[in-house]
Structures are given as structure tokens and as C-alpha cells.
Design a protein around this ligand. Structure first.
Ligand SMILES: O=C(O)c1ccc(O)c(O)c1
Ligand SMILES: [Mg+2]
Length: 628
């Protein structure tokens, strides 16, 4: 089973598209006609370019409004088809896609359509070409793959087959089990696309919002399982119409596409045989938690960060034996500050300034994690280690960061004892227990890419996107969390650089981790302890508390306690409760958060985000400078 992608899926001219597609590792490419028409080289030259990249043309498409026409349009359609057959032969491809007709003059009638295809099959056969029929979800008469299959079945010609496209089937919520009874060798190509679940016009949805399998909400894996059950062995080809992708980086969109296919194939082959030469890889990795977060800092920044951490009850727990690296600890939270003058931490600091450049994740098997990540196209990260230092497996994360993997069995979890010299016993100074979540910020157009990175490597699920209002623009926020919720990550996409999130991305030159949330066993005790230690909690608007009291019918005593401590509050319908407080901003817009979850609250206080951001913007002052 070969991998393929339609040229329409990525940006650039045909030359740039082909280079990016080849580099990403695809076997083939669908030539989308308009990409060819807009390009000023002969068909033979384009065919040569494709083959020079080691690619093959899996499909030429689309040919529109062919079947069911009255004369004279019918004869014209056959003439048009012959012209395109000429072109295909010059390009060097044998398969053409005909999508179901939307012509206002088409007559409908399943036998009429079948007869047209049978005649076209005869003509194609003379040239050794094949034609596949695809039901567009908005086709006038044929808009369901079951009907397209009936046309193909009745055409009864070896050079006429069916083309399945996951979008058209899934957008109409057609039962994918209906695919299982189609003979695999009658399916000429399978196109794959996902999409976010929107309630909108099918054509608009398809032409503007498709995305890579796994990036959207459609059950593309179920679709593919049904395809695999037919014995289909042809190419699986991405066909992604997406406005953002058209303007994005061809290389990274193509790389995401390839990653999405590997991820999909690997999922599908765990329950259905898939004829594919993909080496086995470990299944998605369960993350047991965040073992540490490491900041790169200069001396001055390190001191200020340390002061903030100490005011939150952390102690300076250990110092690295050979490096300028210290560990602040409280409960199970490990915050590492690296002020070294060499290596990746230092170069990261040079680019981003003070930044949480590395995250250590606790997993069951660190080596297997790297194995899966690299099979999915992630890059191994390696730095020379000194004598007595552990080689902690790592990969390059998204946004220039590094992800380290710590496990128990290979002894990596002893890194703190082996590489560090203990200074003070770990404190529970302010009742902080563990890292509840890590929040990463990026430009909105990178969100899908990051989402795919995390969900394809780790056993996680994603939540729906929520819009968060910043006084300077909208921020889109989405959660990726482990299946058992021990690992929680929030992704925040900024559109405007005037938002708190956008400014952070711009001013830290693309650093990713903007805030860390620590869980507290008792947030009121935390609030008291940290206040006594000089922590200046972010001041929340008094209006917020008045509304909270009214909206949730809070007891006045609770409202007063929240107000007094500047703690934000949320409650879910099952009575789960969430409490949040925030540090001042530091660095280029970093901050820390304390949260407490009660009664199984699973959210992130989304209704509060707007008021927290407004408070942070207020604290920054009109010019975006911290108010002293
Ligand atoms: O939007 C379209 O017209 C269109 C064309 C060709 C396809 O394969 C498809 O899925 C959609
Ligand atoms: Mg299609």
C-alpha cells in the first residue's frame, strides 16, 4: 500500500509542491488539474519532474460533469475526456478521477450513468487507462459511495472502478460498514481527509476545512478499517482542501500529512490486515506525568525565577554535580534551572531568552517512546553527556523544545540521585503536589501540527477547541490529555500578536511553554502560605466575584474567601469544583498557576480565562510593559 497526496493539499507552485511531497517521504502524488494548468511546463516535463523526485503519479483529477448528459453535451464530454486521456499519457499516469455530476443539464438515472461509464471504459481500455468514479457529497444525483458503487458495478468494465473519499462518506455520516462488501480490486484509489465537525454546507466544508487524518473529528480510522477489510491494496492518498494549508509551509504541511498516514496505518493494522511495508512500532505511549520542566536562564533571570519559586514553597533541593544546573522541588514537582554557557540550553536561551526549553515526561518505556516518535518522523535529540551522566532518551518537540523521557525500569528515574547532589530535603511548603498541566502557546496556524505531534505519539485524546477572549483578540485553546488524565497539556493558538499569547510567541521568538499549573492539595492554604512568603497573586476584577456569586449562587463566605485571595472559581454540572490563582508575569510573558480540583473536575476553568487574561493585560499596562 503506497502513500500519496494530492498537489492541492499544500502551498507553492507545482515544483515546490513536488519537492516538499518527495521530501516528506510520500510514494506518489495526485496531480490536481489546476495545479498543472497554472504551471508553465509541458506535461512530459511535469511527468519527468515527478519521476526525478522518485514519485509516481497515482491519479489525475478531477474530471467533472461527465455522466448522464443529454446530447450534444454528452458527446462533448467524451471529447473532453479523450483530450484528458492524451494529457494523462504525456504525464505518465493511468488513472483519472471523475467526480459525480453537478451539471444542471444532467439527467440522472443509474443505468444511463452506468452506460456512459461502460463506453468510457472501452475508450480508456484502448489506451491502457483506467477511470475511477467518486461520489461528491453534494453531487446532484450521486452523492453516496453506495450509489457510485452501483453505477460502477452496472458499468461492469474492468477499466472502470470506484474511488472512495473519506470526507464525502463521513461528512454525510454514511455507515462505513457498507464499504466492507465492495471487492477491494474494484476500488481504484482511496482518498483520505479528516475535518473538524461543523454544521455547515457540505461543499464549503469540504473545500475549506478538510485536514489531515487525526487532526479533525471524523472517524477516519474506522473508514480505513472498512477499506482494509475489502482487501484493497492500492494507494492511500491525502486530498486536503484547507485554506490555512494553502498558505502554510509546504514542507511542514507535507510532513504532517505523512505523519498522519503513518499514524493511521499503524492504528488500522492493529485490527485489520493492511498490506503495507511499515516496520512495526510500539503503540501510542501512555504518559504517566510530567517529571520535570527545565528552564534555560541567565544568572539574573535564574535568581528571579528562584525567588518566585521559593515564594511558592519550593526549596533548592539539589545541584548538578558537573553543570550549572539546579533543581527546585516541591511535592512531585521538579523545576530545573539551567544557566550553563554551552549546549542546547544555552543556544535556546540565546534565541528565546528565559524559557522552559525542555520537558521531561514519565513514561513506561523511554526507549520505546523514542522509537515510536522517530517512526512518526520526530527527530532524536542528543547531546554529549559527561562521565557518570545518564543518557536520557529525548526528541525534538514542537516549537524548538526538547522532550526527555524518564522511566523506572531503565533506571532513568534515578537521574536526580545520580547526577545531582542533594541540598535540602524536598519541602511541601505550600501544599503543591504535582504539575497539573503545561500550557504551550503557538501561532494558530501551527495548532493542528502540534496536536498531531502529541496525539500520534502519546496515548492522548483532544478536547474541542474553545475560544478565549483576550482584550486584544481571540485565542483558540485546545486540550490534549492522557487517557487517564495524568498528563495534561493545553495548546493555545494566537492570531494577533497583541494578545498576551501572541506577544509571548513574538517576543520569545517562538518559545512554546508559556505557563505551568501546579496542583494544590488545599488552595486556600497555598494562598496563605505564598502570600506570607511575598508572592504577589494576580489581582482579579471585583466585578468578577460579584458575578460569580450571582451566577453560581455561591455562599457569601466562599465568595469572600475567593475574593480575598484572588482565586478564580468554576463548577461543572456534576458538582466538580476548580480553583485557580496566578503569579505575576515574568520573562517575556511567562507565568505560573496554582489549581485545585475537587470532586473530579476535569476542565481548565475556561469560563475564567477571559477574566484572567484581562487582569494580566491590566497588570502589563498600556504599553505591554510590566507595571512596577
Ligand atoms: O471539491 C471538489 O470539487 C472535489 C473535486 C475532486 C475531489 O476528489 C473531491 O473530493 C472534491
Ligand atoms: Mg476526493
Amino acid at each position: 500500500m503506497k502513500t500519496s497526496i494530492a498537489t492541492v493539499s499544500i502551498s507553492g507552485d507545482l515544483k515546490e509542491k513536488l519537492a516538499a511531497i518527495a521530501e516528506a517521504g510520500f510514494d506518489g502524488v495526485e496531480i490536481f488539474e489546476n495545479d498543472f494548468l497554472a504551471f508553465d511546463e509541458s506535461p512530459a516535463e511535469v511527468g519527468r519532474m515527478v519521476r526525478d523526485h522518485g514519485l509516481e503519479i497515482t491519479l489525475f483529477q478531477p474530471f467533472r460533469d461527465f455522466e448522464g448528459l443529454p446530447e450534444p453535451q454528452r458527446s462533448r464530454a467524451f471529447d473532453r475526456a479523450e483530450r484528458k486521456f492524451d494529457l494523462m499519457q504525456e504525464l505518465g499516469t493511468d488513472l483519472m478521477l471523475i467526480c459525480s455530476s453537478v451539471s444542471p443539464v444532467a439527467l440522472g438515472g443509474i443505468d444511463r450513468a452506468a452506460a456512459d461509464f461502460r463506453e468510457l471504459g472501452e475508450r480508456a481500455a484502448k489506451r491502457g487507462l483506467r477511470v475511477g468514479y467518486e461520489a461528491l457529497a453534494w453531487g446532484s444525483f450521486i452523492n453516496d459511495h453506495r450509489d457510485a458503487w452501483e453505477v460502477v458495478r452496472r458499468a461492469d468494465h474492468p477499466n472502470i472502478g470506484l474511488i472512495l473519499d473519506s470526507f464525502h462518506t463521513l461528512a454525510r455520516e454514511i455507515d462505513v460498514a457498507s464499504i466492507r462488501s465492495i471487492p477491494g480490486d474494484r476500488i481504484f484509489i482511496v482518498q483520505l481527509a479528516d475535518a473538524p465537525k461543523f454544521d455547515m454546507d457540505l461543499l464549503q466544508w469540504s473545500r475549506h476545512y478538510r485536514n489531515m487524518p487525526g487532526e479533525g473529528d471524523l472517524p477516519v480510522a474506522d473508514f480505513m478499517r472498512a477499506v482494509a477489510a475489502t482487501g484493497y491494496a492500492g494507494p492511500i492518498s491525502l486530498e486536503i482542501f484547507n485554506d490555512q494549508f494553502r498558505g502554510g509551509s509546504a514542507r511542514s504541511i507535507a510532513a504532517d500529512g505523512h505523519r498522519s498516514l503513518i499514524y493511521l496505518i499503524d492504528q488500522v493494522r492493529r485490527s485489520e490486515p493492511v498490506p503495507v511495508e511499515l516496520p512495526p512500532m510500539p503503540d501510542r505511549v501512555a504518559v504517566e506525568g510530567v517529571e520535570f520542566v527545565e528552564f534555560a536562564a541567565n544568572e539574573d533571570e535564574a535568581q528571579r525565577l528562584a525567588k518566585l519559586l521559593v515564594s511558592m514553597g519550593f526549596t533548592l533541593a539539589a545541584r548538578h554535580r558537573n553543570r550549572d544546573v539546579v533543581l527546585y522541588r516541591q511535592g512531585d514537582i521538579n523545576i530545573v534551572i539551567n544557566t550553563g554557557k554551552e549546549g542546547f540550553a544555552h543556544s535556546s536561551h540565546t534565541v528565546h531568552g528565559l524559557s522552559a526549553y525542555a520537558i521531561g515526561l514519565r513514561v513506561e518505556d523511554a526507549k520505546a517512546t523514542v522509537e515510536r516518535a522517530t517512526a512518526l518522523g520526530a527527530e532524536v535529540f542528543f547531546e554529549p553527556r559527561g562521565p557518570g551522566e545518564l543518557e536520557v532518551p529525548a526528541i525534538r518537540g514542537v516549537g524548538g523544545s526538547v522532550l526527555y523521557f524518564i522511566d523506572e525500569p531503565s533506571g532513568l528515574s534515578r537521574v536526580w540521585d545520580i547526577e545531582f547532589e542533594t541540598l535540602e530535603p524536598a519541602a511541601s511548603g505550600a501544599a503543591l503536589q504535582r504539575i497539573d498541566h503545561v500550557a504551550q502557546t503557538m501561532n494558530t496556524d501551527e495548532m493542528l501540527s502540534w496536536l498531531l505531534f502529541y496525539t500520534s505519539i502519546f496515548a492522548t485524546r483532544k478536547s474541542p477547541v474553545v475560544d478565549v477572549v483576550d482584550p486584544a483578540g481571540l485565542v483558540r485553546s485546545q486540550v490534549v490529555q492522557g487517557l487517564d488524565s495524568r498528563f495534561r497539556l493545553t495548546l493555545n493558538g494566537a492570531e494577533s500578536r497583541r494578545t498576551l499569547a501572541g506577544r509571548f510567541v513574538a517576543e520569545s521568538f517562538g518559545s512554546s511553554v508559556q505557563h505551568l499549573a501546579f496542583s494544590s492539595a488545599d488552595i486556600f492554604a497555598t494562598a496563605e502560605a505564598i502570600k506570607a512568603a511575598g508572592f504577589a497573586t494576580l489581582q482579579i476584577s471585583r466585578n468578577y466575584y460579584d458575578d460569580l456569586e450571582a451566577r453560581l449562587g455561591l455562599a457569601p463566605e466562599l465568595a469572600d474567601r475567593l475574593r480575598e485571595a484572588n482565586i478564580l472559581y468554576d463548577r461543572d454540572i456534576d458538582g466538580g469544583e476548580y480553583f485557580q490563582l496566578y503569579s505575576p508575569l515574568f520573562g517575556e510573558g511567562l507565568f505560573l498557576e496554582v489549581v485545585e480540583r475537587r470532586n473530579g473536575y476535569q476542565g481548565y476553568g475556561a469560563p475564567n480565562a477571559q477574566f484572567r487574561i484581562a487582569a494580566q493585560q491590566r497588570a502589563l499596562g498600556p504599553k505591554g510593559m510590566p507595571r512596577r
